[in-house]
Design a protein around this ligand. Structure first.
Ligand code: DP6
Length: 353
């Protein structure tokens, strides 16, 4: 893989330092659910997401030279408090990327991080946290190994590294529409890092509102990594992967034509298919809550009665993202706050462009 650097080719500088980077969360329109059994973080279908403005993680990476060669030492602070529970995933991440960033072995680290969205909001933070950490590491590579790194390489490798921490994190490196995973119709798409969506996008999709309805603040009953693994045995998974690929082709033409209704229906179908996979895995899970269902029905009724473009999508959890065009924002937002507020613990406003 071309992200690997031969050691003797680097003129490494050794010094202590501090780097701060931020990265946004993202919401997938076509979902990544299922990864290769034997390879590290290779998706079984391509996915596409929108980056969420205002919903981000800030990471400060403090690196200092190891006094003695040996084990890696990392301390993590989340919103000012030390979090040892974050260590296993972070240490595993550093181990996974060491081959591609061998300069890391000379350092110990302190990672300080916070989210702009409430920690207990149920919004997945692994995408924004892993991608902000990957950006810090690339900045470190630029400072210590090669100051001549080109912008394009910087972001590609950051996405490649982020993927090794969490699949969806590789899409958070870029803003707007981002694709990860090989798809025959998308030039440059690949399984190793994400790319900005390379084709024409109608102006109606340039600014999409995303109102996030927090129905459940508790941690999910199934970790994404486990859910992906269960797809290997799910009797419907082959059809799901085929369907995701077809949906990508459909989405390419929808994005060009600018049909928000088709867009929304496809996005809702994707969200429900994700949950159908979760419900039909073994063991099975039901992640939607009664209020999730109530909101979905209210959205469908409101849409029918008012002929408005409002559609939902879901992550692997109970919370709902409501997507609608910027132009229709006023009327829709008023309805959300008057009719849906009582079903939610919190509402977070974001937008994607
Ligand atoms: C439902 O990226 O959290 O949000 O690669 O194991 O860290 P890991 O999984 P993760 O899975 C995200 C699943 C999803 C859909 C998506 O974002 O595409």
């Amino acid at each position: 893989m071309f992200f690997y650097r031969k050691k003797n080719k680097c003129s490494a500088v050794i010094s202590n330092g501090i780097i701060t980077k931020r990265s946004h969360s993202n919401i997938a329109l076509i979902k990544y659910w299922g990864k290769h059994k034997k390879k590290i973080q290779i998706p079984l279908n391509s996915s596409i997401s929108l980056s969420l403005k205002g919903v981000y993680t800030v990471t400060r990476l403090i690196y200092y030279i190891k006094k003695k060669k040996g084990n890696l030492s990392i301390r993590i602070f989340f919103s000012g408090k030390e979090k040892t529970s974050f260590l296993p995933k972070t240490v595993e991440f550093f181990r996974n990327i060491l081959f591609y960033c061998s300069f890391l072995k000379d350092y110990n680290f302190i990672i300080e991080t916070y989210n702009t969205f409430p920690h207990s909001s149920g919004i997945a933070s692994s995408a924004s946290s892993m991608s902000s950490l990957a950006l810090c590491i690339m900045e470190m590579e630029k400072r210590l190994v090669s100051s001549l790194i080109k912008k394009d390489f910087f972001f590609k490798k950051a996405s490649f590294l982020a993927r090794l921490g969490s699949g969806s994190a590789c899409r958070s490196i870029y803003s707007g529409l981002v694709v990860w995973g090989y798809h025959k119709s998308i030039k440059g798409s690949n399984n190793f890092y994400a790319i900005p969506y390379p084709y024409m996008v109608h102006s109606i999709f340039r600014k999409i509102e995303d109102t996030i309805l927090i129905v459940d603040e508790k941690p999910k009953s199934i970790l994404s990594s486990k859910g992906h693994q269960l797809m290997n045995e799910n009797p419907y998974s082959r059809e799901r992967f085929k369907c995701a690929n077809k949906n990508m082709d459909r989405l390419i033409s929808i994005l060009k034509i600018g049909d928000f209704q088709e867009f929304g229906e496809l996005v809702e179908h994707e969200a429900l298919t994700l949950h159908a996979m979760i419900m039909t895995s073994n063991p099975y899970f039901l992640l939607m809550k009664p209020n999730t269902i109530k909101i979905i029905h209210s959205v469908w009724d409101f849409r029918m009665q008012n002929k408005k473009n409002i559609y939902f999508t879901l992550d692997a959890g109970a919370n709902i993202h409501l997507l609608y065009p910027f132009e229709e924002k006023k009327f829709i937002k008023k309805w959300i706050y008057s009719d849906l507020f009582s079903f939610c613990k919190k509402i977070i406003e974001s937008f994607c462009y």
